[in-house]
Ligand binder design. Structure first.
Ligand code: SF4
Length: 440
């Protein structure tokens, strides 16, 4: 069997998406009475500070365009559904902030679009092979699901498209389970099961902006003007990978998903429709933050002149809660007032599997999993722990004090402003247009 995948250039609102959807086989499976769900990728929001959304979030433009196409088709019952993990609960959920920030409430007034927070709903246990995960019930009850992620790379999964976007409809316990410490059933293994649990009716990869070293704005965005659309999830992802410069068989979870479903891991069962040459359209996108030659420090630390620190690469076992704190761990080092002098031989361990190396003066364990695994390890001389799941920022500040890492007094205020540094990368470049992220 061959699967159609449309790949078109994004040239103008609505018509470019219409072309992609038509080439992918159209909206034939939708009826006027269908209950349609759209699952975008809204993975974060920073309230009160500007941050680059390019290649990080699904564009508001593309969301409104798919809603218009659905309405033209007579569909009345349209819901946007997303589940953003909240590290610290404020008066409004992150999803409410996204909706306000992108003007999604206008879609409610204009087209009657509803919004559902995955994490406030109920979940049903769904099994594929030997994996059972808890999936949002609203999505399972939908008549038609449009999966609408961004065309971006990911520092743990290599790429993040349609399959990875479905992780956002799981409950928190299942998301943690996906980051399993057992390498034989790791993140790739779990992601590969998602197509067997959920089968979106249509997958659209929003590549107006693409992202290197994603999934967050610390990566580098490009204006790429590409839309991929397919009724087949695995094919959409295989093509997405190729566009970003990866042979699909080299992305472990895409290859596993293909094999699980009796499919080839390459493009031999995919029929490309459209005018884009998927192998040459974009320059290859980098996905990881490389380590230095000796493998004990990320290159960005080495280039910043950081010494006296051992810091392993982020691995697949770290879940979102710890990833959020790691942001503070890293910026704490880069902003430390004594960063120009060697630190006092500190090793930092995170995730679920890293072991201490012998002979360091101090070892910082970040997160409950590390504390449980290595809290009593005899190889550690001076053990400093940031406990909890999620681990707390306050404990991290205390740990840094104990380790002699001198944070500026206004560190937490400075952290709020960090996204602004990344906004500056894109100023005076008209192709980076914030209007794509605001319903007009
Ligand atoms: S401590 Fe960190 S790695 Fe462990 S389960 Fe919690 S978030 Fe995941």
């Amino acid at each position: 069997m061959m699967y159609d995948v449309a790949v078109v250039n994004y040239e103008r609102p609505l018509e470019s998406l219409r072309k992609a959807v038509d080439l992918a086989g159209g909206l034939g499976g939708v009826s006027r009475d269908s209950k349609v769900f759209i699952k975008p990728n809204f993975c974060l929001w920073h309230e009160g500070v500007d941050f680059p959304k390019y290649g990080v979030l699904t564009t508001a433009r593309m969301i409104e365009d798919i809603v218009i196409l659905l309405r033209e088709h007579g569909v009345k019952d349209i819901t946007i559904l997303e589940g953003v993990i909240e590290i610290e609960r404020g008066p409004e959920s992150v999803l409410q902030l996204v909706a306000k920030g992108m003007g999604l409430d206008i879609l409610a007034e204009r087209y009657g679009v509803k919004m559902i927070d995955v994490l406030k709903g109920s979940f049903a246990r769904v099994t594929a092979g030997d994996v059972t995960l808890s999936v949002n019930r609203d999505l399972l009850d939908a008549d038609y699901v449009i999966n609408m992620p961004v065309l971006k790379t990911h520092t743990q999964a290599m790429v993040s498209f349609g399959i990875k976007n479905l992780k956002g409809v799981l409950n928190i316990a299942s998301r943690k389970k996906c980051h399993n410490a057992d390498r034989s059933i790791d993140l790739d293994y779990h992601l590969a099961k998602l197509p067997g649990m959920l089968s979106p009716s249509l997958t659209i990869l929003d590549g107006i902006y693409t992202l290197e070293r994603g999934p967050l704005y610390t990566g580098r965005a490009h204006r790429s003007n590409i839309i991929v659309a397919s009724k087949d999830l695995i094919s959409a992802d295989k093509v997405g990978a190729t566009i970003l410069g990866f042979a699909p068989e080299t992305i472990p979870y895409i290859a596993l998903a293909a094999k699980d479903n009796g499919r080839p891991t390459d493009l031999s069962d995919v029929n490309i429709r459209g005018e884009v040459d998927i192998k040459t359209a974009l320059k290859p996108h980098k996905w990881e933050f490389e380590q230095n030659e000796s493998g004990d420090l990320p290159l960005f630390f080495e280039r910043a002149g950081i010494k006296g620190l051992t810091y392993p690469q982020a691995d697949k076992t770290m879940c979102t809660y710890c990833s959020a704190l790691i942001y503070y761990v890293i910026w704490g080092i880069l902003m430390a007032e004594n960063r120009d002098r060697p630190f006092d031989d500190i090793e930092i361990l995170h995730g679920k599997v890293y072991e201490p190396t012998e002979g360091h003066k101090h070892t910082l364990l970040v997160g409950q999993c590390q504390v449980k695994k290595n809290g009593e390890n005899q190889l550690i001389n001076h053990c400093v722990k940031v406990k909890g799941c999620p681990p707390s920022k306050r404990d991290l500040l205390e740990a840094y004090r104990e380790l002699g890492i001198e944070l500026p007094d206004n560190f937490m205020d400075l952290m709020v402003k960090i996204p602004d540094i990344f906004v500056r990368r894109y100023v005076d470049q008209p192709e980076f247009d914030e209007a794509f992220y605001r319903i007009q």
